[in-house]
Write a protein that binds this ligand. Structure first.
Ligand code: ARG
Ligand code: ZN
Length: 881
């Protein structure tokens, strides 16, 4: 491999090499003299040698992009031969057992384009330290198992930065010379440095109050740029709901006197749970009915909940090392999913979460980036904030919940928080606590943390009419993944039931049981193959498996179409009911050419859709989900070689056929759901808008004047962003002659609102039109776009590369070359974001030879680029590997 001599080969970090810290930091005092171009940071580290550490062992402090101005020990300048500085940081020798190290550094926040460490966003100072950003602020043992009490003083110009925030509580403040002022903050809870935060700037805020279950009063603040002050109410209401929910469901109370949230426009990820001072990507805070869609409202509630829940699952109990990331992320995603399910519709939430998992995580698990929920090596840890660690990690916790039941699960969580409060621990400690609290063994279950890949569950059934027994044989198999050729069998909870020919649920008596135990139960598959025999079954039943999607596996069961139709009409588990309909549609889409998807062939699906549309008793949101055809990304998981145009063509053909076959029904449903009252983001209202906009989406597929008029009318009269954007999207993806005019109108109306402009960019990037690549290329030069802002990169470039398969995978290879070039440019400024965009190339082996060559060429160019970042190198190298 031809790497430039000046680019050191990235180092791989292994879980097996973990060593506890040799030195502890008991307390740290930080003093910031804030200036966008030259910020001075003075740090006072109260260190202590760990008991197990031999005297003479040097203290290693991580540091990156820092200018060292001075270093002293216990008040005396440190001699030059007592420390050594290199790219990785600072090594200090011959230290006493305890003492005080004082280090002064200079950093340049305004020049920090990586958005890791201390940087500026819209002229305000903010930080992002997880995973390894703190080392870009000052020299420090930047690892989560070093926990210290932080006291932070911020000094800044008072007119530029009237607001000065850090973790914990303000303990002192005052005026300084030259129009500067200061505030000192103290965080009483020891924490790893990845939870450190500071914010300084000219911000407005809203305030509220929450009284905890035990009567503690907590002041709540949301800080934003002043022009956004009218978009904070939903976030605040969500925060209060989250605080209440964690008390009710987990018995967890908040522990400081204040909880602060700050929204910034430039942020690599979604949000960050810094102790007492969460920093958010503004897209997960700001909402007003005319600027945010229903799904924005949902996401805000979910992410606000997520970061709040981290206060216990992440902050009070944190991770020993970054291999344990899912300890906090998997658990916290599970917690936020359940919170959202309780606040809205449980069925809709579950189907949404399963969709994300199966479309994105299954794909990751089947490709070269596959890794266990607990990875065992990495080059750049930021590459492992993945759907596997987050979403599959949440499924693993969900399975524990399913296997133990809610009470035992809660007992186990109580034990975990009690045992490990104030500690940095491992996923094993979590499972141990669940075991200990309930006297059970989860030995085999631990495979879910260590083995990558999506297990396949194959089901064979046998009905014996003489004996009136029904046997289900379950067999599991997990494909090989990089570095793991053979796998141990998993412990798989299979929630199931049986239905008779009329769709009625049957009582379930397993062989050897005296009587039936309910109509839904959880089978535990632990061997490679097991058979479960049900008794008293008078006629061949229809089995229902994986209710609630009880395990993250692929199910193979040879359902007859009539059985799927029966389940899609009668099953009461929302996931299995929806899944039956999706399976019917998927079979049509994958086994017939687009032009065959008409007439007789699709009649059963048409009837099922008609039935769903008319089923007034069914929640409109569930009806909308059932009437939405499986996505192209999900369908791609079922073919050997992905032909994007073919999948897209089939899906479009079926959508058009359903549109025409049910035209009066779509229209009637659309009209019946017309609403006039004020906007509310609640689940019921959002569900009605979702179904109505889905009707519009089918109607526009008819491509006629009446449909265009309907969409144009909705665009003009919409009073909320959900309806406005749905109409715009329908028009942009149609041949309506006014498409361009409406797009222009939207931009001129919203150009001052950066989050709305993001929607405008995404819409164009995902449009299924032949000129989309040209348009996306042109938009990179539009004033609305900037490579400096991650949201813009995600809205335009990632939306195109990962949300527009037909455009990106264009046979000419132009899409690959364009995105590859953007990634290389971006890598020099923001490696984390560049690496995330590069994921679009990871699955290159799934395409035909011409596409493989085009994608591989880009990966090689990225990997071999002079000065390539660790982040991008790792993605490219693993993908090619
Ligand atoms: N802990 C944050 C969350 O999920 C994510 C921060 C990740 N940041 C990063 N640069 N990798 O809530
Ligand atoms: Zn998180």
């Amino acid at each position: 491999m031809d790497r430039k001599a000046d680019t050191p080969k990235p180092v791989t970090v292994y879980l097996k090499d973990y060593q506890p810290p040799a030195w502890h930091i008991e307390a740290v005092e930080l003093d910031f003299d804030l200036d966008p171009d030259a910020t001075r940071v003075r740090s006072r580290l109260h260190f202590r040698r760990a008991q197990e550490t031999a005297p003479g062992t040097p203290l290693h402090l991580d540091g990156e992009a820092l200018e060292l101005l001075g270093i002293s020990l216990d008040g005396e300048p440190l001699a030059a031969d007592r420390y050594r500085l290199d790219e990785a940081g600072l090594e200090v020798r011959d230290l006493p057992e305890t003492g005080l190290l004082e280090i002064e550094t200079r950093i340049q926040p305004a020049a920090n384009t990586e958005l890791s460490g201390l940087y500026t966003s819209s002229g305000n100072f903010c930080t992002q330290c997880e995973a390894e950003g703190f080392r870009r602020i000052t020299f420090y043992p930047d690892r989560p198992d070093v926990m210290a009490c932080f006291t932070t003083t911020l000094r800044a110009d008072k007119s530029a930065c009237p607001v000065l925030l850090s973790n914990g509580n303000p303990v002192a403040s005052g005026e300084l010379e030259d129009g500067r002022h200061y505030v000192t903050w103290q965080d009483p809870f020891p924490k790893p440095c990845y939870l450190f935060a500071l914010v300084a700037g000219d911000l407005g805020w809203i305030e509220d109050r929450f009284v905890t279950r035990s009567g503690r009063e907590v002041d709540l603040y949301i800080y934003v740029q002043k022009h956004n002050l009218d978009k904070c109410d939903h976030a605040m209401a969500s925060l209060k709901r989250a605080m209440k929910w964690d008390e009710a469901v987990y018995g967890r109370e908040y522990d400081l006197d204040r909880y602060m949230i700050v929204a910034v426009d430039d942020f690599n990820m979604g949000a960050m749970e810094n102790k007492g001072l969460n920093i958010f990507n503004s897209r997960y805070v700001l909402a007003r009915p005319d600027t945010a869609t229903d799904s924005d409202y949902q996401n805000i509630e979910g992410v606000i909940g997520h970061e709040y829940f981290h206060n216990w699952s992440g902050n009070r109990v944190t991770c020993r090392d970054w291999f344990q990331l899912s300890l906090k992320e998997g658990f916290t995603v599970f917690r936020d999913q359940e919170f959202s399910a309780d606040m809205n519709s449980r069925g809709v939430q579950r189907i949404t979460d399963v969709n994300i998992l199966r479309t994105h995580q299954f794909r990751e698990d089947a490709g070269p980036m596959a890794h266990p929920v607990k990875p065992d090596h990495y080059v750049a840890i930021d590459n492992f904030y993945t759907v596997t660690v987050y979403n599959k990690g949440a499924e693993v916790v969900r399975m524990l919940h399913t296997l133990l039941g809610p009470e035992a699960f809660r007992r186990g969580c109580d034990r975990y928080f009690e045992r490990h409060d104030g500690q940095a621990v491992t996923t094993d400690d979590f499972v141990n606590a669940l075991e200990a609290a309930n006297g059970v063994s989860l030995r085999q279950f631990r495979c879910w943390y260590d083995q990558a890949g999506t297990p396949e569950l194959t089901v064979e059934r046998h009905y014996d009419p003489q004996a009136c027994t029904f046997a289900l044989t379950l067999r599991q198999q997990c494909p090989a993944t990089p570095g793991q050729s053979a796998k141990q069998p998993f412990h798989i909870p299979v929630a199931m039931g049986l239905r008779d020919g009329e769709g009625r649920a049957l009582p379930l008596r397993l062989y050897g049981e005296a009587q039936a135990v309910g109509e839904s139960r959880v089978l535990e598959l632990c061997q490679e193959e097991e058979t479960f025999v049900f008794q008293d079954i008078a006629a061949e039943p229809v089995p229902v498996l994986l209710r609630g999607f009880s395990a993250p596996v692929k199910l193979n069961l040879d359902y007859r179409d009539a059985e799927l139709a029966l389940l899609s009409a009668h099953e009461d588990d929302p996931f299995c009911r929806w899944e039956a309909g999706q399976t019917l549609a998927r079979r049509l889409l994958l086994t017939h050419p687009p032009e065959a998807l008409t007439g007789e062939l699709i009649q059963p699906l048409v009837e099922a859709c008609r039935h769903t549309l008319d089923d007034a008793a069914l929640d409109p949101a569930l009806r909308a989900l059932a009437l939405t055809l499986p996505g192209e990304g999900y369908l791609a998981e079922f073919v050997d070689t992905i032909e994007p145009q073919q999948l897209h063509g089939a899906r479009e053909a079926l959508r058009r056929a359903l549109a025409q076959a049910l035209r009066p029904e779509w229209e009637a449903c659309y009209q019946a759901l017309t609403e006039t009252g004020p906007y509310s983001p609640d689940a019921a209202a959002a569900g009605r808008r979702r179904l109505r906009n889905l009707c519009l989406n089918y109607l526009i597929a008819c491509e006629d004047e009446a449909a265009y008029e309907l969409a144009l009318g909705q665009y003009r009269s919409a009073t909320n962003m959900t309806d406005s954007l749905a109409a715009l999207q329908a028009l942009v993806n149609s041949d309506c002659p006014q498409r361009e005019a409406v797009l222009e109108d939207f931009y001129s109306r919203w150009q001052a609102d950066t989050l709305v402009v993001d929607k405008w960019l995404s819409l164009q990037a995902t449009a299924a039109r032949p000129d989309t690549l040209d348009r996306v290329q042109a938009l990179t030069g539009h004033p609305a776009f900037s490579l400096a802002n991650p949201n813009k990169v995600y809205s335009l470039l990632r939306a195109f590369a990962q949300g527009n398969p037909v455009g990106f995978h264009n046979e000419s290879g132009a899409g690959y070359r364009f995105i590859g070039e953007q990634i290389r440019t971006l890598d020099a400024r923001n490696p984390q974001v560049a690496a995330r965009l590069a994921a679009a190339f990871t699955d290159w082996r799934r395409y035909n030879p011409a596409r493989q060559a085009g994608m591989r060429e880009q990966l090689q160019t990225m990997r071999d680029a002079p000065g390539v970042s660790r982040d991008l190198y790792e993605i490219a190298e693993r993908s090619l590997g």
